[in-house]
Design a protein. Structure first.
Length: 191
């Protein structure tokens, strides 16, 4: 089985006017996504942001829950946050995965749009279950990762569709749904 890593990309991403920006890190994304990552045995959750000011915010939150009163108050949250790591950019996250595993990871991302290298959840689940190459699964903040960067990824997962034409999930929900599709129990095989 391949190892799974998750990255939350804060730069380069689009804002609602389709300008490339660096979005701010949120407390909810740190806590909620780390708990989802822990549930699905993600090896490391990277908060990808180039700004030192955002790194300091991340470190302050992590320190409280890992070294301060928060560790005693809620050890389960501390356990989940042990997988969180700030890193400056996508290339550094991929290099860290390669350093940890000895293999270049597949770089996979998600989007609400379809691209030429879009693949199904079944395809990527099979890569995770049967492959030996790690997977770095990236999620964009804001209005998605910049288009030129998207072209550099190995695969892009098909969009998550609901039962209507509205398609704008918050990133925390998208992470939970997608990790369940890729690494969750095969509930559809149970009768």
């Amino acid at each position: 089985m391949a190892e799974l890593y998750v990255g939350l990309v804060h730069y380069p991403i689009y804002n609602k006017r389709m300008h490339v920006i660096a979005s701010a890190v949120t407390n909810f994304d740190i806590h909620d996504i780390s708990r989802t990552c822990r549930t699905y045995d993600v090896k490391r959750y990277y908060l990808i942001h180039p700004k030192d000011s955002q790194k300091l915010i991340i470190q302050k939150i992590l320190n409280y829950w890992q070294e301060g009163y928060g560790r005693t108050y809620n050890p389960d949250r501390s356990d989940a946050l042990d997988r969180v790591h700030w890193i400056a950019d996508i290339a550094a996250a991929a290099a860290d995965v390669e350093a940890r595993t000895g293999k270049r990871p597949y770089i996979v991302t998600t989007d609400a749009r379809v691209y030429p290298n879009t693949v199904s959840y079944g395809f990527m689940r099979k890569q995770l279950q049967e492959g030996d190459r790690p997977i770095l699964l990236l999620f964009g903040t804001g209005f998605g990762i910049e288009a030129e960067v998207m072209k550099s990824f190995d695969y892009i997962l098909e969009p998550v569709y609901g039962s209507c034409d509205y398609n704008h999930l918050c990133v925390r929900s998208a992470v939970a749904i997608i990790l369940d599709r890729l690494a969750g129990e095969p509930w559809w095989e149970k009768a």
